[in-house]
Each structure stands twice: as structure tokens, then as C-alpha cells.
Design a protein around this ligand. Structure first.
Ligand code: SF4
Length: 232
């Protein structure tokens, strides 16, 4: 999924370049499976540093809960907003990403065709549509998982693994599965993008779509804690 999204973005002439970090703040929302992928490469020192960070924004709804609200014709609650956001703890002094290869999907999707130094960002409409679908699919993949600020997810997984917490804190949200993708019949390019992703071979002769269906069948009745007990 990450590779497919990165390849799509490479076809666009984006202003984003190494060392540019305007969007690297502590407002990064992700799924637990993405946090777990990062947790694996963090040192105890970095994890302790993350544990000491407080006061950052948290999502009120998961990406798929927001999609569902719109589908049902209701306005989702406004997300918290702040003019000043602290820098992401994974930024190096030179403004490079310390976890670049494993950075969450939200980081990969945040881009601009104009330099953010001008005070605003501009994402091509097709990439905006791709982003919405990619976030939906990543939440679908993490069935029975959690959604929240990446810092909260890392803190929770780290502490759970050490046996220091037993319950999921209420600011971490349960992921939900929304099968239907928001694609209109006339959006042929987008349909093609999803079709090619679905047909991508992933492992053991399974395509992305086969694996997604298999996940749905195998994990439908799981909830976050029972899942974590098995992986740690
Ligand atoms: S994880 Fe990396 S890319 Fe994402 S906000 Fe932090 S420094 Fe930036």
C-alpha cells in the first residue's frame, strides 16, 4: 500500500524536497498497524522521549467514521485546530525524517505542488481523491485495530508490550471497516488506480484484494485487545 501510494505521488512534480518539514508536526494520525510497524525500529531512548511529550491534537473520529457520517448525510464534529503545532519528534536537527522508510500513510499523502513557504499548500485533485481512498483502505486493513495520534499509539503499544497498561485509553478510537469506496462512475482514472492496486500481487499468490478479503474473514470478530495479546 505504501509503495503503491509513493509510486503514484512520484508521477507528480511536487515542491516537497528533503529537508522541507513544514508539515512535520505532532498532528499525525494513523492506525495501530502503522504504529506497530514503526515501534519495531525505535530505541528505548526514542520511546522514552515520546512518552514525555504531552499536549498534542487527537482525532475525534477515525477517517472511516468521518466518511460514514458524510454518507449518512450528517456533518462530522469539527476536528480540533491549532495555529501552532510542535514539530514531530522524528525530525532530525537537519529536518530529515528519522523513520522515513516506515513513516505513516498520512505523512506520505501530505504534499504540495507549491512550496509551503508561501504559506499554503496545494494538492492536485487526483492526489486528494487517492489520499481519501488510501486512508480508508489502511483503516480497513487494520480491522479490529485502533486509530489516533501516532504518539498516543506508540505510547500505548510500548506500555502494553511492557505490561504497564491493560486497557485501551479512551482517546484511542476503534477502527471501522467501510467497504464501499467513494468513487463516482465517471471517475475512470480513480477506478483504474484502485483496480491496479487490487490486482497487485502481495504474497503467496494473493493479490491485494484477495488479502483484504481474507483479513475481513479472519479478523472480523477481533477487537484491539485480543489482537494485541496475540502479537505481543
Ligand atoms: S514521521 Fe517523518 S515524515 Fe512524518 S511528520 Fe514525522 S518527521 Fe515528518
Amino acid at each position: 500500500m505504501y509503495h503503491y501510494v509513493d509510486t503514484t505521488y512520484k508521477n507528480y512534480s511536487l515542491a516537497c524536497k528533503p529537508g522541507c518539514s513544514f508539515c512535520c508536526t505532532q498532528r499525525i494520525f494513523a492506525t495501530s498497524i502503522e504504529a506497530y510497524y514503526i515501534l519495531d525500529i525505535l530505541t528505548e531512548e526514542t520511546l522514552n522521549q515520546i512518552l514525555s511529550i504531552e499536549n498534542y491534537l487527537r482525532p475525534k473520529l477515525t477517517h472511516n467514521q468521518i466518511l460514514l457520517s458524510y454518507k449518512e448525510g450528517s456533518e462530522p464534529p469539527l476536528e480540533e485546530f491549532s495555529e501552532t503545532l510542535n514539530p514531530c519528534p522524528f525530525l532530525t536537527e537537519e529536518n530529515f525524517c528519522r523513520i522515513y522508510e516506515r513513516r505513516p500513510l498520512m505523512c506520505r499523502l501530505t504534499a504540495s505542488v507549491v512550496s509551503c513557504e508561501k504559506g499554503f499548500a496545494e494538492l492536485p485533485p487526483f492526489l486528494f481523491q487517492v489520499s481519501t481512498i488510501a486512508l480508508q483502505l489502511v483503516e480497513n486493513i487494520d480491522l479490529g485495530g485502533l486509530y489516533g495520534n501516532i504518539l498516543d499509539l506508540l505510547k500505548f503499544l510500548h506500555q502494553y508490550r511492557k505490561g504497564l497498561v491493560e486497557e485501551v485509553p479512551n482517546y484511542l478510537l476503534n477502527t471501522i471497516d467501510v467497504d464501499e469506496l467513494p468513487i463516482l462512475p465517471e471517475e475512470k482514472e480513480l477506478k483504474k488506480w484502485v483496480g491496479n492496486l487490487y490486482r497487485t500481487p502481495v504474497k503467496e499468490n494473493l493479490t491485494f484484494r484477495d488479502l483484504l478479503q481474507k483479513l475481513r474473514e479472519d479478523f472480523r470478530n477481533y477487537e484491539a485487545l485480543s489482537f494485541l495479546k496475540e502479537i505481543f
